[in-house]
Design a protein around this ligand. Structure first.
Ligand SMILES: *Cc1c(COP(=O)(O)O)cnc(C)c1O
Length: 396
């Protein structure tokens, strides 16, 4: 059997390669931080990590993980409900709830699992899930696992959402589902309008805060803070893999009965291992750091502002953003790849995205700013953008 299957796999891989979509992994031999070193020995300034607050290699976070490892060991060898719950897990759930001002939280091995295990336990064929077209793959997969009626509206299109809500009045429960920040443009979802429509048409609201938490809002508390809609969002999901230390782990947080039912019925929670103590304690420390001071968030915001201003002054076109994601528009797919390759030669690690990751003719370089970047890093990045931009006739 394997021979014929192997031929099939070889052809599939060749087709991916021929389409220019083959993902190669660059090997990094340093911690995740602003300045990284690649396997070949070359140094680069990193502008493509989700390390928004610089916590991935923060001394206090590392120390907390080390302490937990010494005090509580390495792994749990159990799911939560058998013998995999330590006080540290409950502390982290409490820290998540405090941060989002919600009633309770439940941890998962990843936000992919939080989204994968969210819909099926709560909704069935009598209900409606109304989802933004640009929502993350894990939301799409989670919705697929649920028997609810599916509706989809174009990215942030409130007229289409309203149309879906009208049609969905026939269903028992309705839930509007959106990413907080969309990862390719950096735009924040219009959650104020979504909440208003939810009230008008009697729907629940769920927001995936993976790219927005730690970033948007005056202290980085996410879309509720940004739009002042505390109390109106029923369910949030999020990741510990981006702003909050970047290791692993995800969560769902919101109203207590929702979380309680997920603990009983959510399959990735019931049937997958508990987070390691080191990750739990480091997570608690990350939230503690953010409760103590807004310094990291403020620095990250200032970096976005500074970078955008200098890039725009240099003549680059950028998508409007309310997050740490800056899309430098190039439009042409080939150009985006050449541009990114030249940037790496200049010591700046950024990634060019093109169809099908973004719409056809909308190729771009995505730059992710972090509190870990110093102004000199930003200056170097802008200088490289200007040099390569002139060379490739993007700016003059
Ligand atoms: C990154 C991301 C996820 C996945 O998070 P993991 O914890 O890495 O699984 C889910 N949703 C959104 C919107 C994301 O950006």
């Amino acid at each position: 059997m394997y021979k014929t299957f192997q031929n099939y796999l070889t052809a599939e891989l060749a087709a991916i390669e021929a389409a220019g979509l083959y993902k190669k992994e660059r090997i990094i031999v340093t911690p995740q931080q602003a300045v990284i070193k690649l396997e070949g020995g070359e140094e680069a300034l990193n502008f493509c990590a989700n390390n928004y607050l610089g916590l991935s290699n923060h001394p206090r976070v590392i120390r907390a993980a080390q302490e937990a490892m010494e005090e509580r060991g390495y792994g749990m060898s159990s799911v939560r409900f058998i013998c995999g719950t330590q006080d540290l897990h409950r502390e982290l759930e409490a820290a998540v709830s405090r941060y989002f001002r919600t009633e309770d939280a439940i941890l998962y091995a990843a936000c992919f699992d939080a989204n994968g295990g969210l819909f099926e336990p709560l909704f069935d064929e009598r209900d409606a899930i109304i989802s933004d077209a640009l929502n993350h793959a894990s939301i799409i997969d989670g919705v697929r696992l649920c028997k609810a009626q599916r509706y989809r509206y174009a990215n942030a299109d409130m007229e289409e959402l309203e149309g879906c809500l009208k049609t969905a009045q026939a269903q028992r429960f309705r839930v509007i589902v959106t990413d907080g920040v969309f990862s390719m443009d950096g735009n924040v979802a219009p959650v104020d309008k979504i909440c208003a429509l939810a009230e008008k048409y009697d729907a629940l609201v769920m927001v995936d805060e993976s790219h927005s938490a730690g970033v948007v809002g005056s202290t980085g508390r996410g879309v509720s803070e940004y739009f002042g809609v505390y109390g109106k969002i029923d369910i949030y999901t999020g990741t510990l893999g981006k702003a909050f230390g970047g290791a692993i782990g995800g969560f769902t947080t919101g109203r207590k009965e929702i979380i309680a039912l997920l603990r009983q019925r959510s399959r990735p929670y019931l049937f997958s291992n508990s987070l390691p103590p080191a990750v739990a304690k480091a997570g608690v420390e990350a939230f503690r750091l953010l409760e103590e001071s807004n310094e990291l968030h403020a620095r990250q915001q200032a970096n976005v502002w500074y970078f955008r201003q200098r890039m725009q002054a240099a003549g680059f076109e950028m998508k409007p953003t309310q997050s740490a994601i800056c899309a430098v528009m190039l439009y042409d797919a080939g150009l985006s790849q050449t541009f990114a390759a030249r940037m790496l030669e200049e010591g700046i690690y950024v990634v060019g995205f093109y169809y099908p990751v973004v719409p056809k003719g909308q190729a771009r370089i995505r730059v992710q700013l972090s509190a870990a970047h110093e102004q000199s890093h930003l200056d170097k990045a802008v200088e490289a953008f200007v040099k390569v931009g002139k060379e490739l006739k993007v700016i003059f």
